[in-house]
Design a protein around this ligand. Structure first.
Ligand code: PRT
Ligand code: ZN
Length: 286
């Protein structure tokens, strides 16, 4: 069917909630009762397949699904012929090499000739080859972090987020080899009709993402401070300035980037701003 786009999302796991939240924030309504394997949106031409994340790249390559949401680590490891359409900014993590915390570490050369346990043989193999290290890659599918303590491997290559799993297994992270976040992948041979639906979806995702990284800021300032404050506030174009009932005072409104937030607030206070309000933005079309 060309008039509907089929998206594969993880059925249950670390990607599921954020994937569905993003689609809901795009204004798309659907039901996803527990145990459901398929669903159809009621107000957008989108059909859902709920799958294990491991299967998503292959399904998208083969056109069973048109698009899918997976971790970049999974997309890279499975190495299927799909387009990487958009980074989605959630489920961030890294793939790292780790060894016993009591072992000395002097650099990648320490892995030469050693055995490494991982669920990511392709990414690790590519990384080692690029760095001219020859090691014995031992693929295991789970509980990778216990491999050194049971004598199965000298080191491991696994996903790290907070680092607490490594720490509680007596390991230390010594090299980050890949940085990951959720990505939207797409089949390479989408029909024109499906491509048009995908464009509409991506337009909405862009608006949601732009809003997430921005804040709307409102503040009051004496008129003589306006020029200085406008210099501090980059904004989408130029800030809105409205007179206040109190003479010689104005209200200034703008949009700031989440990353610049604290620096901007401090500078604004120094410049004479008062009553600063910072509020979330729901959607932002730039
Ligand atoms: O059942 P299904 O096959 O669908 O799911 P899964 O069990 O294979 O994957 P899941 O849900 O665990 O993870 C899905 C994706 O989330 C991964 O492919 C990553 O892209 C991303 N992600 C983000 C993570 C983590 N953070 C994470 N912390 N995936 C796994 N972990 C694990 C890691 O394997 C390790 O055991 O958490 C542990 C490390 O966490 P910290 O916080 O202790 O460092
Ligand atoms: Zn999986």
């Amino acid at each position: 069917m060309d008039n509907i786009l089929r998206i594969a999302v993880q059925k249950s796991g670390r990607l599921s909630d954020e994937s569905l939240k993003l689609i809901k924030e795009c204004g798309i309504k659907f039901s996803n009762g527990t145990g459901k394997l398929k669903s159809v949106a009621t107000n957008f031409p989108l059909e859902f397949l709920f799958l294990r994340d491991d299967d998503i790249p292959g399904y998208v390559q083969d056109g069973i699904a048109d698009i899918g949401i997976v971790g970049a680590n999974e997309a890279e490891e499975k190495d299927k012929a799909v387009d990487w359409t958009q980074k989605l900014g959630f489920s961030k993590c890294r793939l790292s090499l780790a060894i016993d915390k009591n072992e000395p570490y002097s650099g990648l050369g320490d892995f030469q000739g050693k055995r490494l346990a991982t669920s990511y043989p392709k990414i690790l193999g590519d990384f080692l080859a690029a760095n001219n290290v020859e090691a014995d890659i031992h693929e295991i599918s789970g509980s990778v972090e216990i491999a050194p303590s049971i004598g199965l491997a000298y080191g491991i290559c696994d996903i790290v987020s907070s680092g607490s799993t490594l720490m509680s297994n007596g390991l230390k992270e010594v090299e980050v080899i890949f940085r990951s976040e959720a990505v939207l992948i797409a089949n390479k041979q989408l029909s024109d009709e499906k491509r048009t639906i995908l464009k509409r979806l991506l337009f909405r995702i862009d608006a949601v993402q732009a809003a997430r990284s921005s804040k709307y800021i409102l503040l009051n300032a004496p008129n003589e401070a306006i020029d200085k404050i406008i210099d501090i506030l980059p904004g989408m174009r130029s800030p809105t300035v409205l007179p206040l009932a109190q003479e010689n005072w104005s209200s200034i409104h703008s949009v700031i980037n989440e990353d610049d937030f604290w620096g901007v607030i401090e500078n604004l206070r120094e410049a004479g701003a008062e009553g600063i309000l910072v509020v979330p933005i729901e959607k932002m079309i730039v």
